[in-house]
Structure formats: C-alpha cells, structure tokens
Design a protein around this ligand. Structure first.
Ligand code: GDP
Ligand code: GDP
Length: 455
C-alpha cells in the first residue's frame, strides 16, 4: 500500500535497487594504449576513470559500477597500469590472470588500426583456457573506413569482432548489448549458492604485512589446496582450512604463497590481488603491520573491502614487535587513520609467535553475523519513530525533513532504504547510521543507507 505520498511501485523499485545482491563483474583487458580506459569511461558514463598520463601510477580504484539497458554490473579497469615497471607482457598477463580469476565476463580490446599482435595472441590463449565468456572489441574504428580492419580480427578466433570507437562512442551500444548477453545475471560465486558451504575469506594487506605467515600459522600442515582435489574447482588458488571446528575457504591464496619477486611491481600485483580476492570473498581479514606507520595503501585496501560490501575483520599483526611507546602511537594512528571502520572487530596478533590466533575465528564469526543481520520492519520503524521524535532533523529553510518510514531491503551487507519528507543532510544520515549500529549491532559490516525523498 502507498504510504505518506509514496506510490507502491515506487517503493518496490526502490527496494529492488537497494536490495540487489552482488553484481556480475566485467573485466576490460588488452595491451597498453588500445583504449581500455577510454572504453571504461564510456561504459560507466563518467569521466571518473581519467586517463592517466603518468606511467607507474597505481590508481585508487579498480572497480566501477555501471548500468546498461537496466542491468547493473561492475567494470574492472585494468588500463593505464604501469606497463613501464612491469614490462608490457607481464602487465598484460597479469590483467588476463585477473580477468580469469575475478571476472564473470571479459571485454578484450584490440586496436584494430594496428591489428592483432603477438601479445594479443598470447592473451587470447590465456582467455581461451579460462573459459570465461569474451566479447571482442575492435577499437578505434572511428568511421566506416575502419570496418575492414575490424573484420580482420575474426582471425583471433574469438567470434565476432565488435567495431567500436571508444573515443567517439560509435558502436559501443551494440557491443554492450553483446556484453549483457555474455554476463550472467548474478556472479558465478553467488552467496546464495554457497549457503552451507565453507565461508570464503580473503586475507588482504600490503606486501610484507605477514599474510603468508598468518596463513601458514592458522593452517599449519592441515591445509588443503583446493585445486588438488579432483573436480572441486578450476580455480587453483583457494585453500580449505580447518579452524575452530569449521572449514573455511581462504580465497586467492596463490598470490600469497607465490611471492612476487619483482619488487617494483609489487604494489601493482597487490592491488589486483586484493580486488580479486575481495570480490570473491564474503569476509576480508585486513592485516596491518604494527611495526610500521599506517599508510595510504593500507587505507586503500580497507576502502576496497568496504566498497565491495564485505564483512571485515582488522588484524593488527607483528604485535610482538611493539614496545610501550610504539603501542601508544599505534593506538592513536588506528583511531585517526582507520576511524572509518571503527565498527570492525579487531584482533592484535602475531603470526610469528602465534599470539591471539584463537581470537581470529570468533572475530570472523562476529563480523559475518553482523553482515547477515536482518532487522524486521516493525522493529526498525519503532526505532526510527523514537529516534525522529527524540532527535528531529534540524530545520532548513523553514522546513523540517522527517524520516517517514524505513525498511531493510537486503543483507550481506545490510542495506536500508529510508523514505523521507525532505533531503536528509549528511551529518544526520551519519547520526542515523551510528544509532542503527548502537541499537542493532552490525559489528564488522559496512551498512548502506539510501534515502528516498518524496518530491
Ligand atoms: P589503455 O592504455 O588501453 O587504457 O588506452 P587509453 O584509453 O589510455 O587510450 C590510449 C590512446 O588511444 C589515447 O590517446 C586515446 O585517446 C586513444 N583512443 C582510445 N580509444 C580510441 C578510439 O576509439 N579512437 C581513436 N582514434 N583513439 C582512441
Ligand atoms: P606477506 O607479504 O604479507 O605475505 O608477508 P610475509 O608473511 O611474507 O611476512 C613478511 C615478513 O614479516 C617476513 O619476514 C615475516 O617473517 C615477518 N613477519 C610476519 N608476521 C610477523 C609477526 O607477527 N611478527 C614479526 N616480528 N614478524 C613477522
């Protein structure tokens, strides 16, 4: 039924949008300068993924949300990454590897004015082996005269080349239609299908925080490389670990075990790995090195996990290295630099000595419970009614915006939709989130709140 000026179908579509599950992931791969970033900009309809001129710059963001023909998905931009530090082939191979591990479908971009190169052929091999759906984008077809060049790319054996000008937008609509056909409705690793199966955990953190040490410590000799079990999965990188009487799946551990020797490319690999692992996981255990200052890279990793909507546990590792003074400063750093995830359970551990390892599992269970919490609509509205009465929104321009009612549209992570009589200021929204957390817990999970304003 319509409530206080909102139409029923309006409410329904709002709830559907807010309650969506995990989105399928599209990766855009190809050699440097074929136009990947330009294409990603086209797809997301923003200028956000600005084409970087500086080589070697690791972007903060890798994943963007996009929508085409009413369907939403994630786009992973691998363009503009430091081919200079890694070498072109290594860089392109890493992208393909990423696509293989994390994406549900791939757009493979080729510069049709150049034609297929050896590097392109090598990527085709990797993509074929992966068996993910591939849409071939013949880019830089700026006009009809370029169509023949596009046709020549049938030779790659990836099916129909879609002639596109990422720069001018020509042909991108048709290509996106093909992308939608290739993309599954929901990601391959949907949460729904995993019910009852082992929880998927991503162990993330910048190089040298102690990920492999921690994995070895918790897993001991017991761990099973999933790939070695016949017919379990084609993904060679997940490990099953027995902890606290339960089986957990640590995803994407190949990047942890296989140490990257290329010192210069380490950040690049770390970012790709983090994004891939977080996409696949339900919960991210973010490791921080207690012996060093909290860095921008640490924050970036935290942000990736939060933006992906995963449950989160903060593990402060190398606790054995702390003296009184460092411990004092560390606490202050955590407060100021990681204040945005004050809701995450925290464990102070040492992978080296084994300190507090037994606290890891309870923290993970707490975070997953928060992530799956559902507040019944009746209880939520009783709470909102009291909150609005006790703490009304400040009056703005003679009007007082009011929350009329709300509902939890989804879990994993919890998503709320509030229907309001006017625009709610950011400060008030934060206040509502804080009070929701005080009232209902949500420990270890980001929560999404969207506000629908009656016009
Ligand atoms: P990336 O390295 O694959 O991400 O490539 P970029 O998106 O940075 O593009 C490399 C260069 O190709 C830039 O100068 C773009 O402006 C140009 N470019 C990208 N798409 C097109 C296109 O469709 N037509 C033409 N003529 N140039 C393009
Ligand atoms: P990764 O790159 O995140 O996998 O980190 P590693 O597990 O390879 O650890 C990097 C370095 O930190 C190694 O020299 C480890 O021995 C050391 N290390 C890991 N955990 C601890 C710890 O809890 N305490 C101390 N003192 N050193 C540690």
């Amino acid at each position: 039924a319509a409530q206080e000026g909102f139409e029923a179908d309006e409410i329904e579509s709002e709830l559907a949008a807010a309650g969506h599950g995990p989105l399928p992931v599209l990766a855009v791969v190809g050699r440097p300068n074929v136009g990947k970033s330009t294409l990603v900009n086209r797809i997301i309809g923003r200028r956000e993924a600005v084409v970087e001129d500086r080589p070697g710059v690791t972007r903060d963001r890798v994943t963007y949300e996009a929508e085409w023909a009413g369907r939403r998905f994630k786009v992973v931009d691998t363009g503009g990454w430091e081919q200079d530090v890694l070498g072109i082939d290594a860089s392109v191979a890493a992208q393909a590897e990423f696509a293989i591990e994390a994406a549900d479908a791939v757009v493979f971009v080729v510069d049709s004015s150049v034609g297929a190169t050896d590097t392109d052929e090598a990527v085709v091999k990797l993509l074929r082996r992966a068996g993910k759906p591939v849409v071939l984008c013949a880019n830089k077809v700026d006009g009809p005269s370029g169509e023949a060049d596009a046709t020549a790319l049938w030779s790659l054996g990836l099916g129909e080349p879609h002639p596109v000008s990422a720069l001018h937008g020509r042909g991108t609509g048709d290509m996106l239609d093909a992308v939608l056909e290739a993309l599954p409705e929901a990601p391959a690793q949907t949460f729904g299908t995993a019910v009852g199966g082992p929880r998927r955990i991503a162990l993330v953190g910048r190089p040298n925080v102690g990920k492999s040490s921690l994995l070895n410590r918790v897993a001991g000799e017991e761990r099973v490389v999933v790939n070695e079990l016949a017919g379990t999965t084609r993904d060679p990188v997940d490990e099953l670990v027995e902890l606290g009487g339960k089986t957990w799946k640590f995803v994407d551990t190949a990047g942890i075990r296989r140490r990257v020797h290329l010192q210069e490319g380490a950040d690049y690999y770390a970012s790709l790995r983090t994004a891939a692992a977080v996409e696949k996981a339900e919960l991210a255990v973010v490791l921080i090195d207690a012996s060093e200052s909290i860095s921008v890279q640490d924050q970036r990793i935290v942000t990736m996990a939060v933006e992906a909507g995963r449950a989160l546990v903060l593990a402060i590792n190398k606790w054995d290295t702390l003296d009184e003074e460092r411990r004092f400063y560390l606490e202050r750093e955590i407060e100021t630099e990681l204040g945005q995830i004050g809701w995450a359970p925290r464990v102070n551990v040492s992978a080296k000595t084994g300190r507090h390892m037994e606290k890891l599992v309870p923290a993970m269970e707490t975070a997953l419970a928060g992530w799956e919490t559902r507040v019944p609509t009746g209880r939520l509205n009783a709470f909102l009614g009291e909150l609005v009465a006790a703490h009304p929104h400040p009056i703005r321009g003679g009007k007082q915006p009011r929350i009329l009612f709300g509902t939890q549209a989804g879990t994993r992570p919890p998503r709320f939709v509030l229907f309001a009589s006017g625009f709610l200021e950011a400060g008030y929204r934060r206040f509502v989130e804080r009070r929701l957390r005080e009232e209902f817990g949500f420990e270890g999970t980001p929560i999404h709140i969207s506000v629908r304003v009656r016009e």
